[in-house]
Design a protein around this ligand. Structure first.
Ligand SMILES: [Zn+2]
Length: 388
């Protein structure tokens, strides 16, 4: 590893181990939030917890911290990670094995995204204790990222003045994610006509059959390199002897290309509409067909940073200086970076070393963890105009 890196890796790992032992599944981030608030205040930051908890019905808001830099002319720089984890995230016992930190196998580790939280705290500690010159920093530790980027979406953009930033919420420290999909969510109500299945099936329209017909005609899964689609929830029906008159479905589509996203969403809609028309009853010459009510919600905007954007250049300069490999990457998932970019904060997502996330086999690559922190510290310094 390059000796130009300046962060205290051992202290950061210990901090991380402390954080993962505090449970913080989505909507239950309070304890972690209060600990981080205290730590950031001890480091001289002005810290504020917003009231996003009210909207999500959780027990903590987003933690937002302002750190005064020693270089007043430099524009503020945003550092962000999320505080919530996926389940099972209670009772985490981290196990260290050489340059690997794992869960004990019955919970996730919580490296997603406590590795990001620890990197940000350690970067701040290092900058302070080494008395390095940097500009103002804005820190956002969000809630409920895992259940739809809710904390970031609710955060008031007026609280942030940064024009550039880094989200620490992906796997490899050698990958800077600069492209991510836009996504839509789809809520579908299929409406048939109720009738006794044994006595008068010809008087009924089966919502289950409409849904099945629609889905069977639908392109789902991986549509192309940039586009995916899924029907994830299907619910309906009451009893075997009733032709079901209602089925509810939920689905999504994602694409790096907004045009393709639009095409996929309308394709899915059309499959359901066509299917509904196919099933009908005739009474006294009057035709009644099935119906579908479809709501398509824009979930988040894509992430699409140019190689020439300032934050991407900064990351590559820092990697070059430290002698680390770095490449740009695209992801099929969303992160808080999608939201910040919507607010015109040019934000890339840097890997932290987290691996096999959202599983009980989750582990943290400690080499990547250290590299990621060194990269962020160096980016902050270069952003403030310090020369290599
Ligand atoms: Zn995450």
């Amino acid at each position: 590893m390059s000796d130009k890196g300046m962060i205290n890796s051992e202290r950061m790992v210990q901090h991380f181990e402390t954080l993962v032992r505090i449970p913080s599944e989505s909507k239950e981030e309070r304890e972690v939030a209060l600990k981080l608030k205290q730590e950031l205040e001890n480091l001289g930051a002005e810290v504020f917890i917003d009231d996003a908890d009210k909207t999500v019905n959780g027990n903590s808001g987003n933690v937002i911290a302002y750190v005064k830099g020693s270089k007043p002319d430099v524009s503020p720089f945003l550092l962000s990670a999320h505080m919530d984890t996926v389940p099972p995230g209670k009772g985490v016992r981290p196990v260290r094995k050489e340059r690997m930190l794992k869960s004990s196998g019955d919970t996730v580790l919580g490296g997603d995204d406590k590795s990001g939280l620890s990197i940000i705290v350690e970067v701040l500690r290092t900058l302070k204790e080494k008395n390095l010159p940097y500009g103002d920093l804005e820190i956002a530790f969000t809630i409920c990222e895992e259940i739809g980027l809710l904390g970031a979406k609710i955060l008031d953009p007026k609280r942030l003045r940064s024009k550039e930033g880094i989200v620490l919420d992906s796997e490899e420290a050698s990958v800077l994610t600069t492209r991510g999909p836009a996504a839509v969510r789809m809520d579908v109500d299929v409406i048939g006509l109720e009738s006794h299945a044994g006595v008068a099936p010809e008087k009924g329209i089966s919502a289950v059959r409409i849904a099945a017909e629609g889905i069977s005609k639908m392109k789902l899964g991986r549509i192309d390199k940039e586009t995916t689609a899924n029907i994830g929830v299907i619910q309906g029906g009451v009893a075997t002897n009733i032709i079901p008159n209602r089925v509810h479905l939920k689905g999504e589509a994602r694409s790096l290309d907004p045009k393709k996203l639009k095409i996929q969403a309308s394709h899915m809609k059309k499959c359901f509409e066509d299917a509904a028309r196919k099933f009908f009853v005739k009474t006294k010459g009057k035709k009644t067909a099935g119906k579908v009510k479809i709501e398509i919600d824009h979930d988040y905007t894509r992430l699409n940073l140019s190689r020439n954007s300032r934050v991407v250049k900064l990351a590559f300069e820092a990697a070059r200086y430290l002698g680390y490999p770095l490449k740009e990457g695209a992801t099929g998932g969303g992160s808080d970076a999608n939201v910040y970019n919507l607010w015109k904060i040019s934000t890339a997502n840097l890997g932290t070393g987290m691996r096999d996330i959202h599983t009980v086999k989750e582990w943290l690559n400690l080499d990547d963890f250290e590299k990621s922190a060194n990269l962020v510290a160096q980016m902050v310094l270069f952003h403030a105009g310090n020369q290599p």
